[in-house]
Every structure is written in structure tokens, then in C-alpha cells.
Design a protein. Structure first.
Lengths: 313, 516
């Protein structure tokens, strides 16, 4: 659920839930009739960015900071089928120059997460997941004001295949996602990419995402390292000394770590925290993000299984 | 319960299908404009008042060969050969160019302006490089087509197209050679037929005059420009609208007229408009000596002001003394209570903005990598002119009136900006954060307002049924700069008043140029 920085907002479409709580990006399922919900705060900032492949700073922007306050939730229809949602409120600012930061409610993300296969294989347990997602802007926020826009206004649909393998308390997960991004409309009648477009409609490149994570996973504690890559399929580079545009090619590779700790013995309440930083990119900020949040599990089933923990052992 | 979720899954899956099946290709607003079919051919346009030419015979066009000569018959056969092997791409080119020569070349010019409307980045040492006309492909690319540069480019191209077409109409009437499809009825005509004599070709006149002027204005884009020119001429032959000699005579006429405009351009003082350190310092010192806070660049590193001597460029509609007489009185003193109140209004406006106001700011911003505010008014005019079915010469006349207004508005506005050298709101109160980029030149008076009022005035004269709509657009363009936090209300109001006065000169010319 980290909300990535401004230029990286494109990424929000795919990894809005990219944290350790039961999310679309991890190999953890809620049990039947359990509802996990909680607030999350993330802060992201960058000073350097990639203008095309050229890494630079910009004294007329300074450091761009993004704060995101989100609510996310995950409901278990069964231990093999979960629904997830997230809604962030985002606020941006630039430390230099005159440009005004923006704020507002961004996109509603919905996911359905399905685990058709979970079986013993060798010394551990293998599981396979299929995840479908949709994101829809909830407000008519301004997309064409990068790097201070709070999002890109594109409706997206994503499909993800994820594999997980766990031996005792040690696990590794790999996931591949394809994200379809709808065209957007901006407030003006023409724009220039590598040529002039006499239209207010902007063709948005689709994107793909590869995510690898590995670490320790037990009832009480999860700790993992994450490597993430987001790549747009098309788009164009920011020209020299220009501002970014929503249909830019925006690529980023980040590394990070997450933990989740179950605070209460009843397992009703967990804290999550994490951080990540960009190690490579194109037309995005070299952002560092930290986040933290709480998760509370409500049980709507008659029996009381162990809560707020991986459903599988 | 289970059913609900199964339905949900189906819903999610099907909405994904819907989204993924959406088309992504963006169709441009003018990709499929209908072929120009003038409601009248303006056969007497050879007598209309020219701008720089004293008379159409300032440029000569040789008499054409007769339509019964072997030379002409060979040219007819060239059309037929092309038509026998026409490709889909050629058909598309015919369709594209049939929308009109003045219209399409205006659109091409807007594209070049948008491509080049990007301020150079700073050097490592904090200075800024200047684009060089003699080395246009080296960074920073030449030109930086800022709004004043763009206004001048639009004006020269439009005025020259007009003069060249008036001359063409003179020779069309003089030589009266019919279109090839009237000579040989077996030719397949792919554009609306016309009784207008086809020698010299009005399309080639526009192409020739524009290409020649663009060598001066956009010297680094010749490959793009020449490929458009070749496609245009070829399209006219393939369409059956012109024989080769129509085109050759038209192109030569266009180039000859263009050279007169190139000579004017070299002497119009635009080349010196950037000034130098001594000029910049002098303007600042003069302002401080009047007891005012001088304008300061808000960029980091500080960038020299944009074209401080552009106010001295030669106008089209009036002389330089008139330009100076159009300069409005001074803005509120920077230390005055009035200025404090005005600053507070800007601060309150940006801090209490809403989505509709931001839409207005961005709709009219026409900033980096756009065709600039003058280009925006060219686009507005084009959209309306398309509906009017003007002849090519009337298209050119109307675009010339518009673009001479816009250039002269730019000149008067820049004269005012650098005469008063008034700071932007954010300079006097850094708490004012802006919703669009702050242009790197003084605040008083608003360029957008001056441009827009001038354009709205002359367009309201040309398309009178839309006069009040144009006024509303100009008012919105003007107030968008206050909404954006980059101008005081007084900047906008003064710009509207002065722009309207500039537009009045164009209306005066329109009433007496013989076209009405």
C-alpha cells in the first residue's frame, strides 16, 4: 500500500497494495469471512530524477514530496478467494520554485485474488495465485500537472500471475503483472509528445510489473525484502529541460523491505511498516518511500480461527 | 453469498475485457476535415489591397503554355499516369491536403512552433545558452519559439501567403487557363471542382511562400518541411486539380513574394530583441530609479528576461510611434496599498481555487511545447473558418488580419512589460504558489489578455455571428492568468483594453482592403 512518489504515480496503478499486509501483491490469503482493514500512511520524496535516461536535479522544483493516507481492506470469501480494495488521499508539494502542490482523493483500486493451487511439493508448500485488478479515479483530479499531479486519471485493468514457495518459515514469491491503461482526457486542446496532437485525448502506454520478494513468514512476524520493476510498454522520454507528461515512458526498479508484526496476542491487531528506494528509472523521480499502518481483523464467521496471519502453513 | 461473489468475479472479468478492448488510437481534431469547397471564388481578389507588395505585378509570372500544346498534353498524361497507380497513402495525402493549403500550412507552422517552444536548459555554470540560427540543430535548438517569436512567425507567414495569393489571383484572371479537368473530361477529379483558373496553382503559391519563409524561421526542420511540400504538390497532381506547370508557376511566385518578406524580417529589429547584459541592467536600473521594485527572474538559476527589446520590432498594422502611444499608464506602485490589495487577491484566488478554475488555467496556458497563445487563436480561427468555406485567398486574408493583430499585440505588450518592468505576484509575495508556470518576463501587462482581446476583436469582425463568443473566450483566457496566480487582475484588464485597440486597427484595414 505504499503510495509511490509523484513521477512514479503511474506505479500506483499496479502496486497500490505493495506492502506486507494481506494484499494483492503477496502470497497471503484471509480466511473465510474475515475482513482485514486499516489505515496506512506513506511518505515519498525525491530530489533527483531521470529525464529520459539522464539523471538530474531541478532547482525549480527542489524536492518533491508526496504523502498518502489510505484505507485498505481485504475480505476473505474463502481461504482461496479474497477481495481487496484501497482508496488513497494524496498530497504533493515541491520545496523550490513556485508551483503549487495538489491534493485529493485518487483512485479506487479493487482486486480479486484467487488461489487455485496449494500443495506440498518437496520440502515445502507451493501455491499459485491469479489476481485481477481494476482501478478507477474517484475524483476529477488534474493529471496533466506532473510532477505535482496526484495521479494519472487512467482507468486501469491488471492481470497477475503469482507463484509462492515456502519451506518452514522461509518463503519466496514471484509475480508478473500486465496493466492495461485507458486513454485519458486533459484540460487542453493540443499537446506535444514527439509530434503535435490536436486532441485532448492522450494515448496511455500499457505497463508491466515484475515483483520478487523473499523472507521470513510466521504467525507473529513477517519480514521480507522486495525487488520491484515497473515498465511502460511505449511512451516517450521527457525532452531536455521539459516537464513530464502523463504518457511518458515511466520505468522504475525499486528495492525495499517490509515487516508486519502482530501486536496483540488475540491477533486482532498488526502493525506494518516498510521502505523502498528506486535504484534505476526512466522519466521518474529517484524516490525513497517509507510507510506504516495498522491492520485490524474482524471475524464474521461463527467459528474463530487464528486471525491476522497467513492462512497457510 | 457465494453467488454474489461469483457474479463479482464475472463483473470484474468482463469489465477488464471492456477496458482492454477500448481503442487507443487518438484521432486528431482535424484529421478528417472535409475538402475545401469555396462558397465563392473571389475572382476579383487580384485587386485586394496587398500588405508588403505595392502591386501584384511586383512579382512576375510568365504566360502559361496553351492547353492544346504537346507540353500541356504531356502534363495531363502525367496526372493520368499517377491516377492509374494510386496508393492508399497517396489517397490519404489527397484527402489531407484537400482541406486547404492555407489551413494545412498554418497547422504545420503551429506544429513547428509547438516543437520549438521550449526554453533552453541552464549550463553547468548557471548561465543559459542561446539558440543559434546558423547552427539550428545544435542544442539549444533554434529557434526557441516563445510567444513573441511565434506571433512574428505566424504574422510573416500569413501576410506573405496573402500577398502571394492576391498576386496569384491577379495572374489567374490575366491568363485564365482552366483547370486540367475542364480541359480533359476523362481526368478523375478527387477534389471539389472549381471554375477558378488553375494557373498559377494557389496551392503551390502557398507551399512556395511558406517553405521559403520557414527556411528563415525554422532552419533546422527542412527535412520535415520539404517532405510536406513534396507531398502537397504531388497530391494536387494526383487529385487532378493541377498540372505540373500550374504548380511550378505558383511555387515560383510564392518564393518571389517570400523573399520580400525575408528582407523585411531581416530589418524588423527582431534579431536584436534578446538584448544583452548591458540592456538588461539598464532596464532594471531605470525601474529602480523610479522608486519601483524591478522585475526579477524567479527561475533558478536566474534566466535573462525573454526578448526585452521585442517591443521595438516593426509592426504590421501601424508605425512604431503608434505602438508606443498604445502603451497603457503605469501599474500600481509596488509599495502602494493598492498593490498590497492586489497581491492579496492573487493569494486568495490561488488558495481558493477549484477544479473548474484549474481547467480554465490549463486550457489557456499554452505553455511549453504548445503552439503558444497566438497559435491557440489560430486554431480557434481555423476551426471556424473551416465552416465558412472561404476561398484560399480569403482564408489567407483572414489569417493575415488575425496574425498581424497578434504580432502587433505582442509588440505593444512587450513594450509595456519592459517599460514598466513590473514584478510577478510571486516575487512580491513568495507565499503565492502558482497553478501554471511563471513566464520569465515582467507582469504588467498580461500577454494572454492582449493577444486574446486583439484576436477576439478581428475574429468577431470576420465571423460576426461569433463576436460575443470570442469576447467571452478572450475574457476567460485573460482571467485564467489571475486564476493561475501569475498575474494581477490589473495586468489582465489592461491587456484586454490594449488588445482591443490593436484589433481595431485590423478591423479598419479589413473594411478597406477590398474584400468586403
Amino acid at each position: 500500500m505504499k503510495k509511490i512518489n509523484i513521477l512514479l504515480l503511474a506505479l500506483c496503478c499496479c502496486c497500490a497494495f505493495d506492502s506486507i499486509a494481506q494484499t494483492d501483491m503477496d502470497a497471503i490469503m484471509m480466511d473465510k469471512k474475515q475482513f482485514c482493514v486499516g489505515p496506512m500512511y506513506s511518505h515519498s520524496s525525491w530530489k533527483n530524477y531521470w529525464e529520459g535516461s539522464f539523471k538530474r536535479e531541478n532547482l525549480n522544483i527542489g524536492t518533491v514530496a508526496t504523502s498518502a493516507y489510505s484505507v485498505m481492506g481485504n475480505y476473505g470469501v474463502s481461504s482461496k478467494l479474497n477481495f481487496l480494495f484501497s482508496v488513497p488521499y494524496i498530497q504533493t508539494s515541491a520545496s523550490a520554485g513556485t508551483m503549487k502542490g495538489m491534493k485529493g482523493i485518487q483512485d479506487l483500486s479493487l482486486f480479486v485474488k484467487w488461489m487455485p493451487i496449494e500443495k506440498k511439493w518437496g520440502p515445502g508448500t507451493f501455491s499459485l495465485y491469479g489476481i485481477g485488478g481494476l482501478s478507477v479515479p474517484l475524483t476529477n483530479y488534474v493529471a496533466d500537472f506532473l510532477p505535482l499531479s496526484i495521479g494519472l486519471q487512467s482507468k486501469t485493468a491488471s492481470i497477475r500471475l503469482m507463484l509462492d514457495y515456502q519451506i518452514d518459515s522461509w518463503f519466496a514469491t514471484v509475480a508478473a503483472t500486465y496493466i492495461q491503461r485507458n486513454n485519458i482526457k486533459i484540460d487542453r486542446t493540443m499537446y506535444y509528445t514527439t509530434t503535435t496532437h490536436l486532441s485532448n485525448e492522450v494515448e496511455m502506454p500499457n505497463a508491466s510489473n515484475i515483483n520478487f520478494r523473499a523472507g521470513y513468514r510466521s504467525d507473529k512476524l513477517i519480514a521480507e525484502a522486495v525487488l520491484n520493476n515497473f515498465t511502460t510498454q511505449g511512451g516517450f522520454d521527457i525532452s531536455k529541460n521539459n516537464m513530464p507528461f502523463p504518457s511518458n515512458k515511466m520505468n522504475a526498479t525499486t528495492i525495499g523491505a517490509n515487516i508486519k508484526y502482530v501486536v496483540l496476542p488475540s491477533h486482532d491487531l498488526a502493525v506494518v511498516a516498510g521502505a523502498n528506494t528506486a535504484i534505476a528509472g526512466r522519466n521518474v523521480g529517484q524516490s525513497t518511500t517509507v510507510y506504516g499502518g495498522l491492520f485490524y481483523v474482524m471475524d464474521f464467521s461463527s467459528k474463530k480461527p487464528v486471525k491476522n496471519q497467513p492462512a497457510k502453513k | 453469498m457465494k453467488k454474489i461473489f461469483i457474479f463479482s468475479i464475472i463483473a470484474v472479468a468482463s469489465s477488464m475485457l471492456v477496458i482492454s478492448s477500448c481503442r487507443k488510437d487518438v484521432v486528431g481534431n482535424t484529421d478528417f476535415v472535409a475538402a475545401l469547397n469555396p462558397s465563392k471564388i473571389d475572382s476579383n481578389a487580384g485587386t485586394w489591397k496587398t500588405i508588403l507588395l505595392t502591386d501584384p505585378t511586383d512579382v512576375t509570372v510568365a504566360a502559361p503554355v496553351a492547353t492544346n500544346t504537346p507540353d500541356y498534353i504531356a502534363q495531363i498524361n502525367e496526372i493520368k499516369s499517377f491516377q492509374a497507380n494510386i496508393s492508399a497513402q497517396q489517397k490519404a495525402a489527397v484527402q489531407y491536403w484537400s482541406a486547404g493549403a492555407v489551413f494545412r500550412w498554418n497547422e504545420i507552422l503551429r506544429e513547428l512552433v509547438a516543437k520549438h517552444n521550449l526554453a533552453p536548459g541552464a549550463n553547468e555554470n548557471g548561465t543559459y545558452p542561446s539558440p543559434s540560427a546558423s547552427n539550428p540543430l545544435q542544442y539549444p535548438l533554434f529557434p526557441f519559439s516563445s510567444p513573441p517569436y511565434a506571433a512574428r512567425a505566424y504574422a510573416y507567414v500569413s501576410a506573405a501567403q496573402y500577398d502571394a495569393l492576391v498576386a496569384a489571383w491577379h495572374y489567374k484572371k490575366l491568363y485564365n487557363r482552366p483547370a486540367p479537368y475542364l480541359v480533359d473530361a476523362t481526368i478523375n477529379v478527387m477534389v471539389p471542382k472549381s471554375t477558378l483558373p488553375s494557373y498559377p496553382s494557389e496551392d503551390a503559391v502557398v507551399e512556395g511562400v511558406t517553405v521559403e519563409l520557414l527556411k528563415l524561421l525554422f532552419p533546422g526542420d527542412q527535412d520535415f518541411i520539404q517532405s510536406k511540400a513534396e507531398e502537397h504538390k504531388r497530391a494536387r497532381i494526383i487529385a487532378g486539380a493541377n498540372v505540373r506547370s500550374d504548380l511550378e508557376a505558383g511555387e515560383a511566385l510564392g518564393k518571389a513574394v517570400a523573399l520580400k518578406y525575408v528582407t523585411r524580417a531581416r530589418g524588423d529589429r527582431a534579431a536584436a530583441a534578446a538584448g544583452n547584459q548591458a540592456v538588461w541592467t539598464q532596464i532594471e536600473t531605470d525601474c529602480a530609479a523610479r522608486g519601483e521594485t524591478p522585475w526579477m527572474s524567479l527561475e533558478s538559476p536566474k534566466r535573462p528576461p525573454m526578448l526585452p527589446l521585442f517591443g521595438k520590432v516593426k509592426c504590421f498594422l501601424f508605425d512604431s510611434l503608434t505602438a508606443i502611444s498604445l502603451r497603457p499608464g503605469p501599474p500600481a506602485p509596488t509599495a502602494s496599498q493598492q498593490m498590497k490589495d492586489d497581491l492579496n487577491e492573487v493569494l486568495q484566488t490561488v488558495n481558493n481555487s477549484n477544479r473548474e478554475k484549474i481547467r480554465i488555467v490549463h486550457f489557456w496556458a499554452d505553455g511549453a511545447n504548445t503552439y503558444t497563445p497566438p497559435g491557440h487563436w489560430n486554431a480557434i480561427a481555423s476551426d471556424d473558418f473551416i465552416q465558412k468555406n472561404f476561398s484560399e485567398v480569403r482564408w489567407a486574408r483572414n489569417m493575415a488580419l488575425l496574425n498581424m493583430s497578434l504580432l502587433d499585440a505582442a509588440i505593444v505588450c512587450w513594450d509595456t512589460k519592459f517599460y514598466y518592468f513590473n514584478p510577478r505576484p510571486s516575487q512580491l509575495n513568495p507565499a503565492i504558489k502558482t497553478l501554471t508556470g511563471i513566464p520569465n518576463f515582467p507582469s504588467y501587462m498580461s500577454g494572454h489578455s492582449t493577444f486574446s482581446a486583439a484576436a477576439a476583436s478581428i475574429l468577431g469582425h470576420i465571423v460576426s455571428e461569433k463576436a460575443s463568443a470570442y469576447q467571452a473566450m478572450a475574457a476567460e483566457a485573460s482571467i485564467s492568468r489571475l486564476y493561475g496566480g501569475i498575474h494581477f487582475r490589473a495586468d489582465c484588464d489592461s491587456g484586454l483594453v490594449v488588445g482591443k485597440r490593436v484589433g481595431a486597427f485590423a478591423i479598419q484595414r479589413a473594411r478597406t482592403d477590398g474584400a468586403e
